[in-house]
Design a protein around this ligand. Structure first.
Ligand code: AMP
Length: 427
């Protein structure tokens, strides 16, 4: 027998309900991107490796451990994109987009690649949607991107979301803070995990968001106490805008994001789970990255953006039992017995032809389970054709909201159903 194959570890197929949810996310992202003036951007799957080593940073987890990098036949060092911000900034510089009216605003919806240890919710190929605004910035742009993502999540049915927010300072005040932090980490290095012992000198900020090193944070210095006047002012404005927009946020002095290019305001979207036992998880995050253009050979350009994990958003939509409109039939046909099945089959075709969205579960025989399925799918009406109704050439119409039932004749039923749907839309 020839060998059968499986998808690569950490890489998953998207089909069935997951595909439909992906499509829904894409649709809502696209709609909102248009409203907020972001234009679509498709970046290449691979880039020159240096776009990431310089942009994301040599001493980050992504570059040190997670990139799919290889030499091409022509001898170029390239990497599959692990994230989207550095490629978009590369494009901004390459195409001289600074000559256009600023800011230039892009969005993307694309797969990314990181060689991570596969585990629940972590893949080696995963999808993100993101927004980037480059060339002109300020607290109002950060706040608007946060509210844009918040609105998208709300529209997708992911409502219980909180924004954790911090300010990482600029080159000047962060430099000062790093010195103090390094000293503190050195003095308390016995509390550090093995990874953080290695990163404490090269990337001390990263220690602050290590999940294992909890104890060390108890008395660690906090960046907010070292912010210069302009960073403090900037941060205050972002928070005021969020209050004005009624976006729930929590200050998290240890939020630093994993990538080197972030500075100033940074944030992450956390979902509060319905089940208290389940840990809250990050749906995505972003922040200011004014220094990225300079790291890629240009000059400092005000910039800010966000990236959200599509699989995680979809997981929460499922957890919150979000029913997709396309999945939601107006009418569900339940049947019992051979004759009823035949009549149901014909009625299904007639309803479809007349433009009514209809669903069934002809493989099931129990009426109770068929009606419960109709309920789960969010049908407005359920048609029940039992043995008796099949013989009488009648059917029962059940209003799924009120539970009221009424028997009607088969002849003229389609017209009657159409009218009821029309009336319900007017309510
Ligand atoms: P990051 O670019 O690391 O800030 O990630 C932003 C968001 O993308 C995270 O909060 C996750 O929702 C998602 N994400 C990042 N890495 C993965 C992964 N390996 N698998 C699935 N989702 C991911």
């Amino acid at each position: 027998m020839p060998k059968k194959f499986q998808s690569l570890s950490g890489m998953h197929d998207v089909f069935g309900y997951q595909f439909d949810y992906f499509e829904r996310v894409r649709e809502v992202v696209l709609k909102n991107a248009k409203i907020y003036g972001f234009h679509g951007f498709e970046m290449p799957i691979a880039e020159n490796k240096e776009v990431f080593t310089r942009g994301v940073g040599k001493h980050t987890d992504i570059v040190e451990k997670e990139m799919y990098s290889f030499k091409t036949k022509g001898g170029d060092d390239i990497s599959l994109r692990p994230e989207g911000t550095a490629p978009i900034m590369r494009a901004y510089i390459e195409h001289g987009l600074y000559t256009r009216p600023q800011p230039v605003k892009f969005f993307y919806f694309a797969p990314f690649f990181r060689y991570e240890r596969p585990q629940a919710g972590r893949y080696r190929q995963f999808w993100q949607f993101g927004f980037e605004s480059i060339g002109k910035g300020g607290p109002v742009v950060d706040a608007q991107i946060i509210v844009l993502v918040y609105n998208i999540l709300k529209e997708l049915g992911v409502c219980d979301v909180v924004v954790e927010i911090n300010n990482m300072g600029d080159d000047v005040c962060r430099g000062e803070f790093k010195k103090v932090l390094k000293k503190y980490l050195k003095k308390n290095s016995s509390f550090l995990c093995e990874d953080c012992k290695k990163r404490k000198d090269k990337n001390p900020l990263r220690v602050l968001d290590c999940k294992k090193c909890v104890k060390i944070k108890e008395e660690a210095p906090q960046i907010v106490d070292y912010l210069c006047d302009s960073c403090e002012e900037d941060f205050k404005s972002v928070l005021e805008f969020l209050e004005e927009l009624k976006i729930p946020y929590d200050l998290n002095p240890f939020l630093v994001r994993g990538l080197d290019y972030y500075m100033g305001t940074v944030y992450e979207f956390f979902a509060r789970r319905k089940d208290e036992e389940s840990p809250s998880f990050a749906l995505g995050g972003g922040g200011r990255y004014d220094g990225l253009a300079e790291l890629l050979g240009d000059e400092v350009r005000p910039a800010t953006g966000v990236a959200m994990g599509v699989e995680r958003v979809v997981e929460l939509m499922r957890e919150n039992k979000v029913i997709l409109e396309s999945e939601k039939p107006q009418v569900f046909i339940a049947q019992l017995g051979e004759l009823a099945k035949k009549k149901a089959l014909v009625l299904f075709e007639e309803l479809k032809k007349s433009g009514i969205s209809v669903s069934e579960s002809f493989g099931q025989d129990s009426l109770k389970s068929q009606i419960s399925r109709a309920d789960k799918m969010g049908a407005f009406l359920t048609i029940i054709i039992g043995k008796e109704e099949a013989v009488e050439d009648r059917m029962i119409l059940r209003d799924m909201d009120s539970g009221e039932q009424e028997k009607i004749k088969t002849s003229g039923a389609v017209k009657e159903i159409k009218e009821r749907i029309k009336k319900s839309k007017k309510k």
